[in-house]
Design a protein around this ligand. Sequence first.
Ligand code: PLP
Length: 399
Amino acid sequence: MTDISFEKLRQEEEALLFRTYGRYPVAVARGQGARLWDYAGREYVDLLAGIAVDALGHCHPEVTESVIRQAGRLVHVSNLFYQKEQLVLARALLDTAPHLGKVFFCNSGAEANEAAIKLARRYQQRVRGRDAQEIITFQGAFHGRTLATLAATGHPRFSDGFAPLPGGFRQIPWGDPAALEAAVSPATAGVLLEIVQGEGGIRPATPAFAAAVQEICRRSGALLLVDEVQSGLGRTGKWWAFQHFGLSPDIVTVAKALAGGLPMGAMLGTDGVAGGFVAGSHATTFGGGALVATAAAKVLEIIARDRLAERAGELGAWAGERFRAVGRARPGTIAEVRGLGLMIGIELAGPGGEVWAALLEKGFILNLTQERVLRLLPPLNIEREDLEAFAVALEEALA
Ligand SMILES: Cc1ncc(COP(=O)(O)O)c(C=O)c1O
C-alpha cells in the first residue's frame, strides 16, 4: 500500500516521543466504521474503538461532513464570547438527563473530573458553608492522569514517582456500602465513582451498591459525582450508566465519545450545585470551541436518531451470552463475562497476554486490562457479524 515500514516508525518514535505509551505492534494508516488498516493494507476489526472514543466507528461520514463545514466557518474564538454551537450541544446533552441543568465544557476526561472535584469543594465551602474538602473514591477506579485525578485514582501503578499528590482524597473498597458508611464524615465534599469501572476490569456496580452510595450521599450532605467518561453516551444501553440504577447524581463527567474523536470533555451538574462556580472560578482556553462542539452535537444527534443506546444494550446482551457460550465450549478458560451494554469484560482464568496476541494476529483489536480481562468497547453501530467472528476467533485462541 505504501512504503512506510512498521520498524521505521517504531525507531523514529523511540527517537522523537516521550516513552509514555506501551504501544501495540500495529501502525494505523486509516479507519472506516469498525475497521482499521495498517500501512501494509492489513485489515483489523476494531473492538476497542479508541478505548470508547469512536462510538460511531471511524470517520462517520456525517460527522466528517459537519466538521469540514464548521472548519470553514469558525473553529475557535475564546470563552470571552457567546457561542451558539456550545448552546446547541449543551441543550442536547441536558436533554439526555433531565435532572441536570448546567454544562461546563473542557477537553478531556481528566479535566472534566478536575472540574467536578473543584465544583464539589467550592459548592460545599462557598454555597453550603461547610468545611468539607474530602473526595471519596473507590479501589479499582480510574479518573485520569492530572495530579488531582491521580490522587482520585489512588493506584500506585499510575502515581509512582509523582509525590506529593494533592491531599483531600480517601479511597475505600469497591462495592462495600459499609466501608462508605464508615468513611463519610462532615469533611466529605463528594463521592466520585464510575458506575461501571472500566480500567478496573469492567466491573459494574450492583443495584444495591449504587442505591446505597446515593442514599449515603444524600444523608450525609456529600455530593454524588459520577464519572461517565468511558460509560457515557449510550455505551451501556442507556444514555448514562447511572440511569440503569435510577440514580440522580449531582455532577456527571463525560469525554471520550463526546466529539467523535476530537478532544472534548464536559461536566454536567444540577442547577443547585452550579452555584458553586461563579465567573472566574474555573476556565479553559479550548473548552467548547465551535468545531468540537459542532462535532459533538452531530454525534449526539446520530446516537439518538439511530437508537444506538438501545442497540448497544441489545447487542451487548447478545454478545455476553455468546461469549459465555465460548467459555462453556472451552471449559476452564473463561472465569467470567461481565459488563453493561457494549462495555464488555471477558475475564480469563489466567494471564491473558497470549490470548490477546493471538486475537490480534487474527485481526481483532481489543484491550487487555488487569492482566486477564479482555476489554471490548466496540463502536455502538458495529455489526453483529463482527462480534460473531470475534467469538469464533476467541474460541480458537483459547484452544
Ligand atoms: C472512567 C474514566 N475517567 C477518566 C478518564 C480520563 O480521561 P482522559 O484520558 O480523557 O483524561 C478515563 C480514561 O480512560 C476513564 O476511563
